[in-house]
Write a protein that binds this ligand. Structure first.
Ligand SMILES: [Zn+2]
Length: 60
């Protein structure tokens, strides 16, 4: 649990959409505080439909 509280953001490499773990995506059924690894594997970018594989961790 060494990184508890360290929220990360992930960027869609296709369209630039940003997923913020702290904010989640409540309108997509993903609660605030949902870690990227806990986002369902079949989730896709709400902007362009890219898969999780097409996202990259954003530099802080
Ligand atoms: Zn996208």
């Amino acid at each position: 649990m060494s990184d508890a509280g360290e929220w990360r953001t992930w960027i869609c490499l296709v369209c630039g959409f940003v997923y913020d773990e702290a904010a989640g995506l409540p309108e997509e059924g993903i609660a605030p505080g949902t870690r990227w690894e806990d986002v369902p594997p079949n989730w896709t970018c709400p902007e362009c439909g890219a898969r999780k594989d097409d996202f990259e961790m954003a530099p802080l």
